[in-house]
Design a protein around this ligand. Structure first.
Ligand code: ZN
Length: 395
């Protein structure tokens, strides 16, 4: 069950002077390679799904796979929406099982960035989910040559960072200190003085995007100055790409499995190297001890109705499934009818919340209030409602 609260995971890294990798995945090969590296290095890790990559895979299917991989692993894992573009995509990601989200409103002006980030933080915190903000602008596109996307790098200012974190209450902050997304020519020049000042002013975990191409020594200095999460994708995609080109060069008639043969090993070696260099290797057990387990809550209602109008009852259920499943923090809504006709209660709801915090925010949500007042309570006076949290037996 080692899905853990990402806020706790990053706090542990921040306080103990290492960084956790947020590895973007675009296929099951990536997922397998990331998990295998984490297991072999006993390292905490973040499975990262970037909204800009959703054209390459089905987000919903990838989430199911990522969650299954996390649940059967023995190392602490968090699942993160990378570069979430809107409030709606943040809600969708949380309801599909992400327990961390990034708001990317860094293209907006300061006020616009604060407004959008704050709206998402309020929603996410009501679901128990931590949020990564971004201030300044890290140019480029993940997995592509940086020079093809020259956009100007805008460095994060210390004063703005302070105001931004105070006003939005983000849990960690992606800063721009000279890295770019994608592949760089030559070694980037990083502004460590600026990073040191930002860290001293904020004292929260900092995040670096565009880690590909940095030297081991640069990573060490970033981590010494408060970086506790490093986003990493391009180098993995390149390692896989090199292997695929070799496979084709050795046998130009090879098919799909021949082309992808060995790419997991190539990516895994690169991820293991990062985990060792960033200091997350060997931290799995300490994080498991320090971090809260990420546990769903089952909101269960059993009830009888005071009407013989079967279509009124089924309409109420259908409307409830539709409306309630859209509320932030609701993973699924199941309505059911008793198998035994003489059962004491004839109907049930099972509503799964991503986190205990949702008990309160769900109760107050206007869509829930309207449904309960207008459709449900008038016909379901006889009911029992209880919230259950899943048992967790470590070890
Ligand atoms: Zn990024």
């Amino acid at each position: 069950m080692p899905l853990v609260n990402m806020r706790d995971m990053l706090q542990h890294a921040y306080q103990n002077g290492y960084a956790v990798g947020g590895f973007d995945l675009v296929s099951l090969d990536f997922l397998d390679a990331i998990m295998a590296a984490g297991e072999s290095q006993r390292s905490p890790l973040i499975l990262s799904l970037a909204e800009s990559h959703f054209e390459y895979y089905d987000f919903e299917l990838a989430m199911a796979a990522a969650e299954q991989a996390a649940k059967r692993s023995s190392i602490p894992v968090a699942i993160h929406l990378d570069h979430g573009a809107s409030y709606e995509s943040a809600v969708k990601a949380i309801n599909l099982g992400c327990n961390g989200v990034m708001v990317d409103a860094s293209h907006e002006d300061f006020e616009g960035n604060v407004a959008m980030t704050k709206k998402i933080v309020d929603m996410a915190h009501a679901c128990g989910v931590p949020v990564e903000g971004e201030l300044g602008y890290v140019a480029g596109v993940e997995g592509e040559d940086a020079e093809k996307h020259p956009g100007e790098v805008i460095y994060t200012s210390v004063d703005e960072a302070k105001a931004y974190v105070q006003q939005t209450r983000v849990d960690c902050l992606a800063v721009s200190v000279g890295t770019v997304h994608g592949r760089m020519k030559g070694e980037p020049v990083l502004d460590f003085d600026r990073l040191q000042q930002i860290n001293a002013a904020l004292k929260i975990p900092l995040v670096i995007h565009g880690g590909t191409g940095l030297s081991d020594a640069q990573f060490k200095r970033l981590i010494e100055n408060g970086v506790a999460k490093i986003n990493y994708y391009t180098a993995l995609a390149d390692a896989a790409g090199r292997r695929m080109r070799d496979n084709v060069a050795n046998d130009e008639r090879c098919g799909y499995t021949g082309i992808v043969n060995g790419i997991q090993d190539a990516m895994r070696a690169e991820i293991e190297r990062c985990m060792q260099n960033w200091g997350s290797a060997g931290q799995a057990d300490a994080v498991l001890a320090a971090a809260q387990a990420w546990q769903p809550v089952h909101h269960v209602i059993i009830y009888n109705v005071n009407t013989d109008d079967a279509s009124q009852v089924s309409n109420m259920m259908r409307e409830g499934e539709k409306v309630l499943s859209q509320i932030p923090g609701v993973r699924r809504v199941i309505t059911a009818t008793a198998v035994q006709q003489d059962a004491k209660y004839q109907f049930s709801w099972l509503i799964e919340f991503v986190h205990q915090n949702v008990i309160a925010s769900y109760r107050e949500h206007p869509d829930h209030v309207a449904f309960a007042d207008n459709l449900f309570r008038p016909i379901a006076g006889d009911r029992i409602s209880i919230d259950f949290t899943q048992n967790y037996f470590p070890g």
